[in-house]
Design a protein around this ligand. Structure first.
Ligand code: C5P
Length: 219
């Protein structure tokens, strides 16, 4: 079975998808981590974000793997064999992912790799285009949403724990900007699949969100 979870940044997809996958005993696939890892490689190797052919070549010559070190551990992402799970969360990466995510040849390659995870596996896959492009035939699709203010507040709390200095107004601007870029891109834009189950997590706790999606998947 394939459970596709899409939605904007900060709606809680990763946390929810991880818990849901554990509950269902499915494999959890974070497709955002894949776009992030490619972006990290572009930054590290100095390929300019305006060099479209260079970025396509970079993607074609990259090996990405999502793995669990053991059954109870977090999924890690390996970029050409190197664990980059921490680095891909750096703001520098977050703010630059849209470049690679907007290139159709890069997306085609990503979609191909992502579909391979669905072969012979029960999966929970989260991203932006999973229910619309990667697995339009998925048995279960969820669109997880939340208001901009709530998403900014959640992000603020996360960053505060990491002692990072940022204010709410800046976060709101950043989130709106990411929404715009995700929704307006020509290929693989963020949009709700017609047959998706829509859930607004703004006023729900994580457990409630997981329970509602679990009930939907089992229905
Ligand atoms: O989910 P996450 O915030 O880690 O994703 C980072 C970025 O990767 C998104 O803002 C989007 O630009 C891109 N992405 C995408 N398609 C996906 C997953 C992520 O374009 N399926």
């Amino acid at each position: 079975m394939i459970v596709a979870i899409d939605g904007p940044a900060g709606a809680g997809k990763s946390t929810v998808a991880k818990l849901l996958a554990e509950k269902l005993r499915f494999l959890y696939i974070d497709t955002g981590a894949m776009y992030r890892a490619l972006t990290l490689k572009a930054i590290e190797t100095g390929v300019s974000f305006s060099d479209i052919n260079g970025l396509i070549l970079l993607a074609q010559s990259t090996q990405l793997r999502l793995e669990k070190a053991n059954i109870n551990s977090e999924t890690i992402i390996l970029l050409d064999g190197r664990n980059v799970s921490e680095e891909i969360r750096l703001p520098e990466v977050t703010n630059s992912v849209f470049h690679l995510a907007g290139i159709s040849q890069v997306r085609k390659l990503m979609v191909h790799w992502q579909r391979e995870y669905g072969v012979g596996n029960d999966i929970v896959m989260e991203g932006r285009d999973i229910g619309t492009v990667v697995f339009p035939e998925a048995e279960k699709k969820v669109y997880l949403d939340a208001s901009v203010n709530i998403r900014a507040k959640r992000r603020y709390e996360e960053l505060k724990v990491k002692n990072m200095d940022i204010n709410m107004d800046d976060l709101i601007v950043q989130i709106k900007d990411r929404d715009y870029k995700d929704k307006s891109r020509f290929c693989g834009p963020l949009k709700m699949a017609q047959d998706a189950f829509y859930l607004d997590s703004s006023v729900l706790c994580i457990e409630e969100v997981v329970n509602r999606i679990f009930a939907y998947v089992k229905s």
